[in-house]
Design a protein around this ligand. Structure first.
Ligand SMILES: NC(=O)c1ccc[n+]([C@@H]2O[C@H](COP(=O)([O-])OP(=O)(O)OC[C@H]3O[C@@H](n4cnc5c(N)ncnc54)[C@H](OP(=O)(O)O)[C@@H]3O)[C@@H](O)[C@H]2O)c1
Length: 250
């Protein structure tokens, strides 16, 4: 049975102001979810919140929150109702050869991609703001599963997130809260297009490694939609690669 009714679901998406997070939020808004979005850029957040308010009476609000700031995380948790769904999406990338890693880069990457999620989930659990039966979707990356040069900090951060997700899935199964991970290959978003290694030449070279071509945001959105819905009610602790066949040859 296809059940795509999100109108009775309260869902929070982090990093909702661009790319994959925005795509997921647009889909949830279209399905009339009681949606809360968060981001760190007030202008972008206002613009998207206004767009959503006009098209969905159920839209809750946009909350400004830098996920690297514990006060912002506490404030975010305080401002939301008990959730049926949570998408931990906010993330940054970095291309630095292992030899050139700096302390600042390691801290920034790990704080944004990993630690922020530890603290957000912890605070949500303390405040009893994740409902029994809720679904948590964590956006990781296939970078954690291969050895692409220059991605050591990013790959390690996503690897840490994968391990965290497994343990969280196990702990929260007692409350029937599901935790699943989506591991995309390269999807054309700002995160990829703004990095210094992704010139047109490099993008076309990269796409030869993807039997089905590079990903589009919508490819990830449909998978997240499934994981947030009751259609996936028997899934927890999964880590799903969605990569246009990249891992077939790498
Ligand atoms: N694109 C890909 O090829 C790809 C592949 C695998 C995995 N992923 C993962 O998918 C997720 C989304 O990436 P994307 O490609 O959609 O990137 P994106 O377009 O750059 O979006 C990232 C989002 O995270 C937000 N963000 C970053 N740091 C934050 C912070 N400290 N506090 C709050 N929000 C913050 C950004 O806010 P601003 O708008 O303010 O920057 C933005 O909304 C990431 O976790 C990424 O690792 C992406």
């Amino acid at each position: 049975m296809i059940n795509e009714n999100f109108s009775n679901k309260k869902i929070l998406v982090t990093g909702a102001t661009s790319g994959i997070g925005l795509g997921i939020s647009r889909m949830l808004n279209e399905y009339k979810a009681q949606l809360t979005i968060s981001g760190r850029n007030q202008t972008k957040l206002n613009k998207i919140s206004n767009e959503f308010e006009l098209s969905n009476l159920n839209f809750n609000k946009g909350i400004l929150a830098d996920v690297c700031n514990l006060e912002d995380i506490s404030n975010l948790v305080q401002e939301i109702d008990t959730l049926d769904g949570l998408v931990l999406n906010a993330g940054i990338i970095d291309y630095t050869p292992a030899k050139l890693i700096t302390e600042k880069k390691v801290i920034d990457l790990f704080y944004t991609n990993v630690f922020s999620n530890f603290f957000l989930v912890q605070k949500l659990l303390h405040s009893k703001k994740i409902k029994k039966g809720a679904s948590i979707v964590i956006i990781s990356s296939i970078a954690a599963k291969v050895g692409v040069p220059g991605t050591s900090i990013y790959a390690a951060s996503k690897g840490a997130l994968n391990s965290y997700a497994k343990v969280l899935a196990s702990e929260l199964s007692l409350q029937n809260i599901r935790v699943n991970v989506v591991s995309p290959g390269v999807v054309k978003t700002d995160l990829i297009e703004n990095t210094n290694v992704t010139s047109d030449f490099q993008m076309s070279n990269l796409s030869t490694k993807y039997p089905l071509g590079l990903g589009e945001i919508i490819d990830i959105v449909y998978l997240v939609q499934f994981l947030l819905s009751e259609n996936s009610k028997w899934m927890t602790g999964s880590n799903i690669d969605i990569d246009g066949g990249y891992l077939l040859n790498n």
